[in-house]
Design a protein around this ligand. Structure first.
Ligand code: DAH
Length: 430
């Protein structure tokens, strides 16, 4: 992968301010990097835009200019305006929003079971270094999550965090030992009712000292693993009531052993979080040689969709009163009543792909044109001809959650999609 290191001084200053001052006042990594580990060149920036361009956002009191994050002059940059506009939204800090309600319910659980033991952080800047996002948590150099296809890069050394684990090491170095970090995380991905390029995660972290486990007579790792499971089973019961749950062994670069917790919900096993006993190297980097720690990361949208019966992840971003008025502070688990189901409109598009083609890039083009009017993008056919050319046929489902779309409007969107995929993705329409 070619890495460019163009960096304007303005951004350097902005990012230093964000990285250092904002803070202290989201696949599970195991499974959701679904896309292939290929290098995909960032998409050329479009001139015609459907949405007004936001020129600056406020992230926890710090103003960040668009031109420092959406950069036409840096070939590594792949942040579109639609993503930039989400940067200061912090849905997790709205007490009447399902994401905020769940966050508060988790805080309540920790407060009642571990009074005052866990510090909470919820306005750490989502703009982080690649060191924070990857290196500090031991993500291997060739891990797919580092690709431009999966992560939003501001420049070669700065990304929009793809998980709240990005803050573990920094907080440890600053002396914090037990904490919860909540924030918006960003991932390039496909489009369907449970995937959106911005979502929210909460990270939990707890460091133990020898006196904690010595008394138990247990080995430190076993002690931490048991404590972790007890804590998270309690949390799942706090949120879901008396549900059936199971632990599944998995892999994360930052923990060993690593687990996922699944709960039985609506006749299916649902993965709700990833966790494990922190790799000793992470603790060592922060001068914690004689300690052991556990960590977990959970996706708040995933929990909220289940607890509130929210059928489509786009709804979290809706300002429609018919959505927002259904939730109240502290009201966990109120069931969402769909105000109406507007008709979907299906459009197919077929093209010969080029070598650099990726589905995430295609989805970004569609999202850039249709915004939240696109519900799903699905590969419905793929074949390779005798000459070795591969054709893909995608079905795009357009549907508004707020109104009926007109034929004219959908045709217009589809025609823009056809134009832009040719122009930006180097594919040949069929
Ligand atoms: N960062 C992981 C993800 O985004 C979730 C996670 C798993 C966080 C295990 C942790 C952990 O702290 O220990 O998929």
């Amino acid at each position: 992968m070619t890495i460019f290191s163009v960096q304007s001084t303005l951004f350097t200053r902005a990012s230093v301010a964000l990285l250092s001052s904002n803070g202290l006042k989201r696949f599970s990594f195991a499974s959701s990097f679904s896309s292939a580990a290929v290098y995909s060149p960032p998409l050329p920036k479009t001139k015609k835009r459907r949405f007004p361009i936001v020129s600056a956002v406020d992230i926890g009191g710090v103003t960040v200019a668009r031109n420092d994050v959406v950069r036409d002059d840096d070939p590594t940059n792949n942040v579109p305006d639609s993503i930039f506009s989400k940067l200061g939204m912090q849905l997790h800090r709205r007490d009447k929003h399902p994401i905020g309600i769940i966050k508060n319910a988790i805080y309540d659980y920790f407060e009642s079971n571990y009074a005052k033991k866990f510090e909470t952080f919820e306005d750490l800047s989502p703009i982080v270094t690649t060191k924070q996002n990857f290196d500090d948590v031991l993500v291997p150099a060739d891990h797919v999550s580092r690709s431009l296809n999966d992560t939003y890069y501001v420049d070669s050394q700065t990304v929009l965090r793809c998980h709240t684990s990005a803050h573990q090491a920094e907080l440890l170095r600053k002396g914090h030992r037990r904490f919860l970090v909540t924030g918006d995380v960003y991932r390039r991905d496909s489009i369907d009712s449970t995937h959106y390029p911005v979502f929210h995660q909460m990270e939990g972290f707890c460091v133990f000292s020898p006196e904690d486990w010595n008394e138990s007579g247990k080995d430190s790792t076993l002690y931490a693993a048991e404590d972790l499971k007890k804590c998270l089973e309690g949390l799942a019961r706090h949120l879901f009531g008396a549900v059936e749950m199971r632990w599944v062994d998995t892999y994360f670069p930052f923990t060993e052993p690593s687990f996922e917790l699944e709960i039985y919900f609506k006749e299916d096993w649902l993965e709700v979080l990833g966790c494990g006993v922190t790799e000793q190297r992470i603790l060592k980097q922060s001068g914690l040689e004689n300690n052991v720690a556990w960590a977990f990361g959970l996706g708040l949208e995933r929990l909220a969709m289940v607890l509130f019966d929210i059928p489509d992840i786009r709804l979290f971003w809706s300002d429609d009163e018919r959505f927002t008025s259904q939730f109240g502070k502290g009201e966990l688990g109120v069931k969402f009543k769909p105000f109406s189901k507007y008709p979907p409109c299906y459009k197919d598009i077929s093209f010969w792909i080029s070598e650099s083609f990726t589905e995430n890039n295609f989805c970004e083009v569609v999202r850039g044109i249709a915004g939240d009017l696109v519900e799903e993008v699905k590969l419905i056919d793929s074949f390779t001809n005798k000459k070795g050319m591969t054709s893909h046929c995608y079905r795009i489902v357009f549907r508004s959650m707020e109104r009926s779309l007109t034929d004219e409007e959908v045709n217009d969107l589809q025609s823009k999609v056809r134009d832009e995929v040719q122009r930006k993705l180097n594919v040949e329409l069929r």
